[in-house]
Ligand binder design. Sequence first.
Ligand SMILES: NC(=O)c1ccc[n+]([C@@H]2O[C@H](COP(=O)([O-])OP(=O)(O)OC[C@H]3O[C@@H](n4cnc5c(N)ncnc54)[C@H](OP(=O)(O)O)[C@@H]3O)[C@@H](O)[C@H]2O)c1
Length: 372
Amino acid sequence: MSPPRFESVHTVHAVPSAARCRIAILGVGTVGSSVARRLTHADAVRELELTQVFDRRADQKRLAHPDVAGVSWTSRIDDVLRGDADVVVETVGGLDPAADWIRDALLAGKSVVTANKQVMARDGERLLRLAARQGRQLRFEAAIGGAMPIVRAVADGLAGDRLTRIVAILNGTTNAVLSRMDATGCSLEDAIRDAQSRGYAERDPRLDLDGDDARAKLAILCAVAFGLRVTPADIAVRSSASVSVADMDAARRRGATIRQLACASCDADRSTLTAWVAPTLVSRHSLFGRAAGPQNAAIVTGAHAGQVGVFGAGAGGDATAVAVISDLVAIARDRAAVVPPPVLTRPRAILGFDSSSDFTLQTSDFFLAEAV
Ligand SMILES: NC(=O)c1ccc[n+]([C@@H]2O[C@H](COP(=O)([O-])OP(=O)(O)OC[C@H]3O[C@@H](n4cnc5c(N)ncnc54)[C@H](OP(=O)(O)O)[C@@H]3O)[C@@H](O)[C@H]2O)c1
């Protein structure tokens, strides 16, 4: 008997331009330029068509990115708001004016994809409600974990569970620094310089090392996973900036290493949340101990499925662009999707560092994550 033939599966049908989802990008920096390149290159996603690019230095950026061709460049936000884009990608960063532009784009009837954790941590609930009222979508996978699809995993893939805990590496810069110290025995300062030379760290990496970036991301995850409204400043934090060569040596002697972990445990019966970000002792062989460079990782625990893990590139333009484009594809595939507004409550209490059974408080400043 001859084997079945599947040639027709490979037939590629051109997507008529009218059926494509028109995209405008705000901010052509590290992430925005990667998204623009992907959308205008040979491996462009068929459903997506980049039509407009906005940047405060549009003329300079256009010259710097000759490969992003066939699109209209502007430095006037109103051109985008009044333009024909179906979806606006916000890769400007910072709180203002990015938050206003997301709001204005939604009010103009456009869906929005953002990579902005600061805006989502401060205004996410309000903006998601606006998106729902407008019958549009606001997606933000790129705001947390770069290419690691943690938002989708928690919001969709595990929507059938009752989630109780998230433990994660959420800051690629700090992970690059700590994993470099571990691998080479160098000082924190040398590891920061190395991360900067590789483009993994800003000139001032304090927001990363001190835990503010991870707190903002953890607050967003608390909303998505537990339905809890959490202000990042309410999450307990210990800085990773004081991790020394001696700390790393001591960890190594115990078969462990040090990573910045973000942890949130929800006790729904008592309406309490335990949440913290801190440098933490983890087993070298654990998912977290194996995360090197700017990688991120997360273990999500549910009442029914137990532990589920995700792992991947936590930063970088091309990796983060994957998360942005995945959100664009989700919108393009179902533009009329009805996304209900979030229903969030504030926990009765937010507790800080604990010495629960999995995380044994050590005599040093670090925790030992025995379970992971
Ligand atoms: N980089 C990553 O690996 C990464 C990973 C995950 C998420 N994200 C998030 O992605 C967003 C963008 O990050 P990025 O690293 O791509 O930043 P970036 O390289 O600084 O790019 C921002 C772009 O927006 C432009 N811009 C800034 N303010 C503007 C304004 N007021 N009006 C018009 N244009 C303005 C900038 O212009 P200039 O060139 O003139 O400054 C730049 O082109 C942030 O929310 C960030 O947190 C980044």
